[in-house]
Design a protein around this ligand. Structure first.
Ligand code: LLP
Length: 420
């Protein structure tokens, strides 16, 4: 791969310098279309909500809007970005745990489509501040206790999770009742998300069945037929060659079929189904372009390939021991016989981008491209060591477009105040 969308990596380096986040816009759009076209069922109504925490800028919100997905925001910052991008408010879902009254008020003032309440305390705040000027749609985040096989930092549905209320906790049902009884709230149903980077299809199916059984309990207890269900995101992607690939073409329609059949067999109404993918929309469309600065061999013959970025723009290896694939531009056909550890320039031993990767013999000034960096890279980047966060470009049909400008040192200082 020497070009991306018909543009060479060398040209991108000379135009924008490195490090650089590159998104293949056509690949993001293609993935949006897979979700829209495959998450369909003749007898079940459904929507796809993009979880913007994976990657959000004004341009990205506009892309999502043009592809017809809804948007999930978890903070005032994400909400503000969406509003500035002109995203239709009725298609915005305000999410996140530990929301402040101000956040809830902002959502109400802007009339966002749906608010997802995390727990009974948050429900009590919302119950107090809603008014009869506009009937807001609300869901309650519940925790179905499904153990998805993923890294413990990105599991979300264990019983003691900080997110949501357990379906085993009697207070959960009471909270549903209180929200449902509020005349200023259009209570839709529950939201649950079992974790991220899940590659086993049955976890998604077990999840849906568990929630619908809970819907049946609610129906029996309060005669409430919940109208909708949000089953979260978590669809895993392929980071390295040995990863299995989740077949979205199969999982998405099957998930709706399972909802349909389970609801029918439990004799409850078939709810409207939402899902909230983040990573699977953008991860594989993103690449990070670096320049090799130095190569160092330790006394034990460990070879470091030092690039001009750092964990600041690539947090996931340090945080989750995530694995990545990379290639050196123009050397893909050469023998890959040298094991390198790709590391950055941050003052931290954990500043590793890739531990042990087989590459061809590398030289300073080579260009290294790390694949599958579209999700949770730019969005989790930091200024540690006062390093600047790389710019972001979209590429499509031989054209490149800056969607986040390169930071200057002045930008870094823009919030500093002098002492004297
Ligand atoms: N919905 C909710 C409520 C979520 O908490 C998340 C992710 C999503 C949807 C989207 O999940 P996805 O489809 O992207 O798996 N920083 C971590 C991932 C944290 C995920 C947080 N929640 C990482 O880099 O792996």
């Amino acid at each position: 791969m020497t070009t991306i969308q018909h543009i060479s990596f060398e040209d991108l380096k000379s135009k924008y310098q490195t490090p650089l986040y590159i998104y293949d816009e056509a690949a993001i759009r293609k993935q949006c279309k897979v979700f829209i076209n495959k998450f369909r069922h003749p007898k079940v109504s459904s929507n796809v909500i993009y979880a913007s925490k994976a990657f959000l800028t004004i341009a990205m919100a506009q892309l999502i809007m043009s592809e017809g997905l809804h948007l999930d925001c978890v903070s005032q910052g994400e909400l503000y970005t969406a509003l500035k991008a002109g995203f239709p408010v009725e298609k915005i879902v305000l999410h996140g745990n530990n929301k402040t009254k101000d956040e809830l008020l902002m959502a109400l003032n802007f009339r966002v489509g749906t608010i997802i309440v995390d727990n009974d305390y948050e429900a009590s705040i919302l119950n107090e501040i809603v008014n009869d000027k506009y009937k807001v749609s609300v869901m309650l985040r519940v925790n179905p206790g499904i153990d998805a096989h993923t890294h413990k930092y990105i599991k979300t549905s264990t019983l003691d999770s900080k997110f949501g209320m357990s379906i085993l906790d009697p207070r959960t049902k009471e909270t549903i009742k209180s929200l449902n009884d509020n005349p200023n709230i259009n209570f839709l149903g529950t939201h649950s998300h079992i974790g991220s980077q899940i590659l086993e299809e049955h976890s998604f199916y077990d999840h849906a069945i568990t929630i619908l059984k809970f819907y049946k309990e609610i129906k029996e207890l309060y005669q409430i037929d919940l109208k909708a269900v949000n089953l979260g995101g978590g669809f895993g992607v392929k980071y390295i060659k040995s990863d299995t690939r989740l077949d979205l073409n199969k999982v998405l329609p099957e998930l709706l079929e399972i909802v349909y059949q389970t609801a029918n067999s439990l004799e409850i109404s078939v709810p409207h189904v939402y899902i909230e993918p983040g990573r699977s929309i953008v991860a594989e469309a993103g690449y990070t372009l670096y320049t090799v600065n130095q190569i160092k061999e330790t006394i034990n013959k460990k070879k470091y390939l030092f690039i001009d970025g750092a964990m600041n723009d690539h947090m996931r290896t340090a945080l989750y021991q995530a694995k990545y694939d990379a290639f050196i531009v123009g050397k893909e056909d050469m023998v890959h016989d040298t094991t390198y550890t790709v590391a950055g320039k941050a003052c931290e031993s954990g500043d590793i981008i890739i531990e042990d990767i087989l590459l061809p013999d590398a030289k300073p000034d080579d260009l290294l491209v790390v694949r599958t960096t579209g999700a949770y890279h730019y969005s989790m980047a930091s200024h540690y060591n006062r390093l600047t966060i790389p710019p972001v470009i979209f590429v499509k049909d031989g054209q490149s477009k800056v969607v986040v400008r390169k930071e200057s040192f002045m930008d870094l200082l823009s919030h500093d105040e002098a002492l004297v």
